[in-house]
Ligand binder design. Sequence first.
Ligand SMILES: Nc1nc2c(ncn2[C@@H]2O[C@H](COP(=O)(O)OP(=O)(O)OP(=O)(O)O)[C@@H](O)[C@H]2O)c(=O)[nH]1
Length: 342
Amino acid sequence: MPASIEHSIPVHLLSGFLGSGKTTLLNQVVDYYKAQDVKVAIIMNELGDVNLDGQFVEGDVPMAEMLSGCICCTIRGDLSIELKELIDEHQPQVVLIESTGAANPMEIIDAVTEAALFMRIDLRTIATVVDGPELLERSRRGGKTFKLMQDQIRCATDLIVNKADKLAPEELVGVQQLVRELNAFAPLTVTVRCVTDLSIFDLAAAPKAKLEPSAERLDDAASGKHVCGANCNHDHDHDHGDHYSSHSHVMTLTHYFAGPINSHAFEELIQRLPREVYRAKGIVTFTDTNSRFLFQYAYREVEFIRITPQGDVSDVAVFIGEHFGKEALQHELEELEQNRLG
Ligand SMILES: Nc1nc2c(ncn2[C@@H]2O[C@H](COP(=O)(O)OP(=O)(O)OP(=O)(O)O)[C@@H](O)[C@H]2O)c(=O)[nH]1
């Protein structure tokens, strides 16, 4: 592991449909950190103009509120700014993000990894709280909300099936089967009021999944088409045309560069990226040019933009894709640093 990653601030995303129990979980995680003297900061996102959930969080916890929009679309670009300000001002050891129940997690994963371009953060967990009774009910009816709930389950690295007290034993079995069909990989716990083992939030917890949630419907996320709930119904208008196999894993690799790299070698690496890497972005300094560049890679096309970053910004590359050979890629990136002159 490169030394720089060790200093990254862990970020945990709490996902789940409206009213499923995200704030209930958040409060427990906050208490868990406080008991260990861990400094936590929170980003809360609400569709309305008032952060009602925030009222339930203890006053001494640094909190940024993102109101009047869904974190995954209208105010998505603000997330990295909020994160940066929160981290600069409060220097937390860990950050929790509670998204609106209407948010599509793929878009938030994308937004958080984008934020990794500007600060040393490491998205560790996507904990999806499943409203057991609601999922059962919606599964009978189908529709857009059910589809969103499915996406939230598929993208999870950890699953919490909540409100078990409102389910008969056979219903509980049915809910678990439903969840398992959508995501066979993430650890699953059944809870009442989200009371569960919180060790996944430990600072020392290995960055285990490094985001390897199941994402059968990645085709939707990849094509930018998603439904974001009542206030936020839309199709993003960028169809990349590609389809992705089912039962695959989404993962990200974040690499902070120790120094400048050779531009030709880097471009070659990008051209060689496996098909499974569908998105990459970052900031790089080249040994053979006198400027820094922002690069964007999507669906086999790469774009470099000359930039002059403000403040202290690290050179970093973030790769997002499905079950790609992360270690091999990490190795190639390290080789780039060693062979700076190409
Ligand atoms: N019966 C029951 N109620 C629960 C459980 N967990 C949470 N609740 C209640 O469900 C309601 C919603 O819980 P929240 O934690 O606010 O849910 P949320 O996901 O943050 O809601 P939004 O912010 O609206 O998306 C509250 O009234 C909770 O008290 C549970 O296991 N069983």
